[in-house]
Structures are given as structure tokens and as C-alpha cells.
Design a protein. Structure first.
Length: 379
């Protein structure tokens, strides 16, 4: 650290040089990210609430009220009359909170969780941090969790089963209705990781897409992860966790004697209220109609991309269910590297040996056309 600080102009000049090294969503060349350029209105609101800290909500009562209202709006989106939860840092923290709640309400000495082979890596973290034995259920031919495989792994130590609504690699929606019935029959906690699909599936269903129920409409669903900083167009970090019952969130609360409220349920302590305010603002500003429009456009671009990939002779791994396309380019890593040299940032699925593209709102059909031209040149 320097003894004497630089001028504002000098600091901004240095920052500008570092910023040039970053990729930009506006280029349309970030093809593998589940995040996107936040809506300008969300960024404006986020800035207005930068100084708020919901780790100590009594000091920021207005923002705390916004969080409660935000959770209620998300509850409505996910077909709950009333749910309980928080806006957190992202899907990882949300999934950790769900697994912690499932473990704590069980009082089982050697707790186990069952997750699909397609589950997000946050469940590996949960296993390690929360001392949960992780059991992996197989997938079926459609890359969705095989319910029979889940059944085979249930023991008296099972504290939670996880289903995915929008898998990270392929955007697949697990058979959550079947998992819900299984969990109701076996009295097991069911968590749905809809970090990606939570802001996609409800709006696709609105416009006529045939997708399974995945939310609190199903009696066996205990908690849901949903990320506003993905298709919700909110700045990072903004994840969401919703619990069906108040005791699920209460059971993980930690005593905080020096803060304005004595109990804290989130994994992190200090947390910005800016994410809450931005999520609240976007839900109010966009409404279902606005999000339907965004999702519809993303799916039209997804179909366009899938058709173009097939037309140049490459095989899709599976028919896209949400706005994610994965395909076999031949020599996956070599093709991905050549695309990167041309400025295209794709994602490589190691499990599938495929290139994966998430068709977020910053990707247009014009971007797709240019990408296909470059892809043809490198395969």
C-alpha cells in the first residue's frame, strides 16, 4: 500500500486498463454464462441501496421490508400462498441453506443426501461443509434423474433428495412430480434447485410450453433455489432461497447477541440489501408480461441456434428444453480453443465432451449467425 494516494483520475485510468481485460456481455460473445447484462433500471436501483446491510436488518428497516415483499412475490411466482426465505449471494449459498435446514430438522447422526449426477457442484460443497454423505443418482436417456435410482439409494439416514429444474449443463427439468410423490410417501425433505429454471419455466408455461410442475404446487417440495441474477436480469450477487415452512428457516438460525435482531439464518453475515432492492424493483417493473417477452425471445434464439448447428452437420446432445444448447463439435477442446481465439467464450462440458451455449438475453440472432460462420471455419 502506498504512503500517499493517487488522484481520482490516475486511479480511474488504471482501472480502465484492467477493465479492458474483462469480457463484455454486450459483445454477444459470452456464450457459456448463466448470467447476463443486468437491466439498466436494476443497476440504478442497486446503486441507490449500496450502503444497506441486511446482516443487521434493524438498521435498515425499509430494505428489510423490501426483502419480505420480494420473497412474497417469488412465492407467488412459485405457486406458494406464503413461503419464507432470503435473497442471498447465489445458488450455492441457497443450496447450502437448504441442505443445512434438511440436516438440522432430521436429527440423524449420519445424514445422507441424494442428488442427480447432473447436480450443481454446490452440493459437493454442502457435503463437505455440512458433513453430509453424498449419494449420486443416475440419469435416464434424456439426461434427467432416474427416479428408480433415487429410490434405490434411500436409507434410514436420508435427510434430503434434490431435483433440478434447469440443469447447469443441458437445462433439463427433472421429473419433480415423481420426486415429490416419493418424498411425500417416504417423509423426506425435497429440495428443488431451480437457480436457472426458476425465472424461465413459469414464463415458458405461460406461453404454452409443456414442462412439468417443479414448484410449491407439488406437496412434497420443501424448498426451492431461484436466482434473480440469472434470467431475472438483476446484478450479481442475487440468489434466492424459499422454504415452504417457517420452521425450515428457523431451525438454521444462529444467535447474534450484538445485532439488532437476535437470529440470523443466512450462511453469510454481512449481506447487501442492494440485491434485494434490485430484485424487488425488477419484479415490479417487468411483471410476468415483461419476463415472458424476455424468455420467449431467448427460446426463439435457442431454436434458431439449434437449427443452424444441425444444418452444418453437427449433432445436438439433446433437444433443448430450456435456453441451453449443447453439441458435439468433434474435437471439443480444440474447437473451443479456436473459437476462443476468435473471441467466442463457449463452455465445455467435460461430462458430455460437448460445447455448451447458454442463450441469455445478450445473445441475438445476429450474434448466432456470426458464431455459426466462425464455427464452420474451425470444425
Amino acid at each position: 500500500m502506498m504512503e500517499k494516494g493517487l488522484s481520482e483520475k490516475q486511479v480511474l485510468k488504471e482501472l480502465k486498463n484492467y477493465k479492458k481485460l474483462d469480457c463484455s456481455y454486450s459483445s454477444g460473445k459470452i456464450l457459456g454464462s448463466m448470467c447476463t447484462e443486468p437491466h439498466p433500471f436494476a443497476k440504478k436501483v442497486y446503486y441507490e441501496f449500496l450502503t444497506t446491510n441486511l446482516g443487521d436488518p434493524g438498521l435498515f428497516r425499509g430494505t428489510s421490508i423490501l426483502e419480505k415483499e420480494t420473497i412474497q412475490m417469488l412465492s407467488s411466482l412459485l405457486n406458494a400462498e406464503k413461503a419464507y426465505g432470503n435473497i442471498v449471494t447465489g445458488g450455492t449459498e441457497a443450496n447450502l441453506m437448504a441442505m443445512r435446514a434438511a440436516r438440522n430438522i432430521s436429527n440423524i447422526e449420519k445424514p445422507e443426501i441424494i442428488v442427480p449426477a447432473s447436480a450443481h457442484f454446490s452440493f459437493n460443497k454442502a457435503s463437505e461443509i455440512l458433513n453430509l454423505k453424498l449419494k449420486i443418482a443416475k440419469l435416464d436417456e434424456e439426461y434427467k434423474v432416474n427416479v428408480e435410482s433415487v429410490k434405490d439409494k434411500i436409507t434410514s439416514n436420508t435427510v434430503a433428495i434434490v431435483g433440478i429444474a434447469g440443469t447447469t449443463e443441458l437445462g433439463k427439468v427433472d421429473p419433480i412430480p415423481e420426486l415429490s410423490k416419493l418424498c411425500e410417501d417416504e417423509n423426506i425433505y425435497l429440495h428443488v434447485d431451480a437457480a436457472f429454471g426458476g425465472f424461465v419455466i413459469p414464463f415458458l408455461k405461460d406461453i404454452g410450453y409443456k414442462l412439468p410442475d417443479f414448484d410449491f404446487k407439488l406437496g412434497g417440495v420443501s424448498s426451492i433455489t431461484i436466482d434473480p441474477h440469472k434470467m431475472g436480469l438483476v446484478p450479481v450477487p442475487a440468489g434466492g432461497i424459499l422454504f415452504r415452512k417457517k420452521e425450515y428457516i428457523d431451525v438454521q438460525s444462529v444467535y447474534t447477541p450484538y445485532l439488532t435482531e437476535e437470529r440470523q439464518s443466512t450462511i453469510v453475515g454481512t449481506r447487501t440489501g442492494a440485491s434485494v432492492a434490485a430484485t424487488w424493483a425488477m419484479l415490479k417493473y417487468m411483471g410476468r408480461e415483461g419476463y415472458r417477452k424476455v424468455v420467449r425471445e431467448c427460446m426463439e434464439t435457442t431454436k434458431f441456434l439449434a437449427k443452424k448447428i444441425s444444418k452444418i452437420g453437427l449433432d445436438l446432445i439433446t433437444k433443448p428444453e430450456l435456453n441451453i444448447v449443447a453439441f458435439d463439435p468433434g474435437d471439443t477442446y480444440e474447437v473451443a480453443k479456436k473459437l476462443e481465439n476468435l473471441g467466442w467464450l463457449v463452455s465445455v462440458s467435460k461430462n458430455l465432451d460437448a460445447i455448451r451455449i447458454v442463450v441469455m438475453p445478450h445473445i441475438t440472432k445476429d450474434h448466432v449467425k456470426k458464431f455459426i460462420e466462425d464455427l464452420e471455419d474451425v470444425i
